[in-house]
Design a protein around this ligand. Structure first.
Ligand code: FES
Length: 376
C-alpha cells in the first residue's frame, strides 16, 4: 500500500448535462442512460475524504458544471477545505453575477473552452447560436474579476488553420495562458475520429505557426503561456497517460463511479461507487484502481521494454478502444503489434469530411447509440 501515491488531483464530473453538442466530447457515448447525479451532500463528502487523503487540486467539470444549481455551495465547501479549485466550463450559462458569486465562494481559476476563433465554425461545432459571442463576453468578465484564466481550444481538422487567430484572440482577451489541444480520441471524439483527426501536413503548419508566436511573445517578454498539445496518433511512443494508472488522478463521475481517468468507464472492469465505499478503500484497495498499477500486468513488448517506466505502456483506454484489450500495448507505440491501426487512422485523415457529417453529442444520438449497441 505504501508504494501507491496520493490522489493529488480530483476531477469532479458534476453532471453529464450540457447545453452544447461538441462532436469531440470525451463523455461516454451512452451518457443519456446515466441520469443519476450525486447530491450536494454526497459531493461535499467526496471532497472531505479526498482532501483528507492529500488531494490538493479540484476541477469542476462535466458535461457543463454550470447547470448544477449548487455550484456555489460546492465551490465554497472545497475552498473551505483548502483545495485549489478550477472551473472547467464552456462559458454557456455563466453570467457576471455568477462570476462574482463564485469569486466570493473562493473559486481560484476558470478555464473557458472555445470551439474556434470565429463565430461561424464555433457555433456550428457547439450546435448553438450566439455561443461564441457569449464566450467572448464571459472571458472579458472573468478577467474583470481578476481570475487567472486559461482559454482552451480543442483543435481538429476543421479549425486547425485558425491557430494564429486563436492565439491572438487569447492575448486580446487577457488570458494568462492558452491551451491548443488537439482532440484526444475518447468518447464522441473517437466516434468522429475520421472527421476530426488533422492531417500530418496540417499539424506541421500549426506547429510552425505556434512556434512563430512563441518567439514573438518571448521578444515581447510576455509572461503568457502557450501550450500546444499534439495528438499521439502521430507519435511513435505512447503518452504516459494520467501519469500512470491510479498514481495521482482520481475522477468521480456524475453518478458516483470512481475512475482512474475520465474514459475508463468503457473498460470491462468493475469500478467502485463513492456511495458504497470510502475513497480510501477505493483508492488503495479496489480492483479497478489496482488493475494497472505496477508492471506485472504488462504483456510484451512492454514487459521487457526499457521505456516502460517512462510511458507505463501508454493509455489503457486507447489500447481497449483500438485493440479490444485494455492490457495490450497502446497501439500508438511503433513496437505494438497493433500499430497498423494508427497508420490506418493517419491515412483516413486524408479524406475530406464536412462539419455537418460529424455526429453531435446530444441525448438523441446517445439514445440511438444505446439502442444499436445495447450499452449496459
Ligand atoms: Fe484512460 Fe488513458 S484515458 S488510461
Amino acid at each position: 500500500m505504501s508504494a501507491v501515491g496520493l490522489p493529488l488531483w480530483l476531477l469532479a464530473e458534476l453532471t453529464y448535462r450540457c447545453p452544447l453538442q461538441c462532436p469531440y466530447c470525451s463523455n461516454p457515448l451512452e451518457y443519456a442512460q446515466i441520469k443519476k447525479e450525486l447530491s450536494t451532500e454526497e459531493w461535499c463528502n467526496v471532497f472531505d475524504q479526498a482532501r483528507a487523503m492529500g488531494a490538493a487540486q479540484l476541477g469542476f467539470s462535466g458535461g457543463e458544471p454550470l447547470v448544477r444549481q449548487d455550484l456555489d455551495t460546492l465551490i465554497a465547501h472545497a475552498h473551505h477545505l483548502g483545495f485549489y479549485t478550477n472551473l472547467i466550463t464552456s462559458g454557456i450559462g455563466l453570467t457576471e453575477e455568477k462570476i462574482e458569486r463564485f469569486k466570493h465562494a473562493g473559486l481560484d481559476h476558470i478555464q473557458i473552452s472555445f470551439q474556434a476563433s470565429d463565430p461561424l465554425v464555433n457555433d456550428a461545432l457547439a450546435g448553438s447560436k450566439h455561443a461564441f459571442e457569449h464566450k467572448l463576453e464571459m472571458a472579458k468578465l472573468v478577467k474583470k474579476y481578476d481570475y487567472p484564466m486559461v482559454l482552451n481550444f480543442v483543435i481538429h481538422r476543421h479549425n486547425i488553420e485558425q491557430i494564429g487567430q486563436m492565439i491572438e484572440l487569447s492575448v486580446a482577451l487577457g488570458a494568462d495562458s492558452v491551451e491548443l489541444a488537439v482532440c484526444q480520441f475518447y468518447g464522441w471524439a473517437k466516434l468522429n475520429r475520421q472527421g476530426l483527426l488533422p492531417t500530418r501536413e496540417q499539424l506541421k503548419v500549426a506547429e510552425e505557426v505556434t512556434n512563430q508566436y512563441r518567439q514573438k511573445l518571448q521578444q515581447m517578454n510576455a509572461s503568457y503561456k502557450l501550450i500546444f498539445v499534439v495528438p499521439d496518433y502521430y507519435e511513435t511512443r505512447p503518452k504516459p497517460c494520467m501519469n500512470g494508472w491510479g498514481k495521482v488522478f482520481l475522477t468521480v463521475a456524475p453518478d458516483g463511479m470512481a475512475l482512474p481517468c475520465h474514459a475508463a468507464r468503457q473498460l470491462p472492469i468493475q469500478f467502485p461507487y463513492v456511495q458504497e465505499q470510502s475513497l480510501k478503500q477505493i483508492w488503495y484497495e479496489s480492483v479497478g484502481f489496482n488493475h494497472f498499477r505496477g508492471d506485472t500486468w504488462m504483456p510484451e513488448p512492454c514487459q521487457s521494454c526499457d521505456e516502460k517506466e517512462k510511458d507505463y505502456g501508454g493509455c489503457r483506454c486507447q489500447a481497449f478502444m483500438l485493440t479490444g484489450k485494455a492490457e495490450n500495448t497502446d497501439p500508438v507505440c511503433s513496437k505494438s503489434p497493433h500499430h497498423d491501426v494508427i497508420l490506418q487512422a493517419q491515412q483516413q485523415a486524408e479524406n475530406e469530411i464536412a462539419i455537418d457529417q460529424l455526429v453531435a453529442r446530444n441525448s438523441r444520438n446517445s439514445k440511438k447509440i444505446i439502442s444499436v449497441v445495447g450499452v449496459e
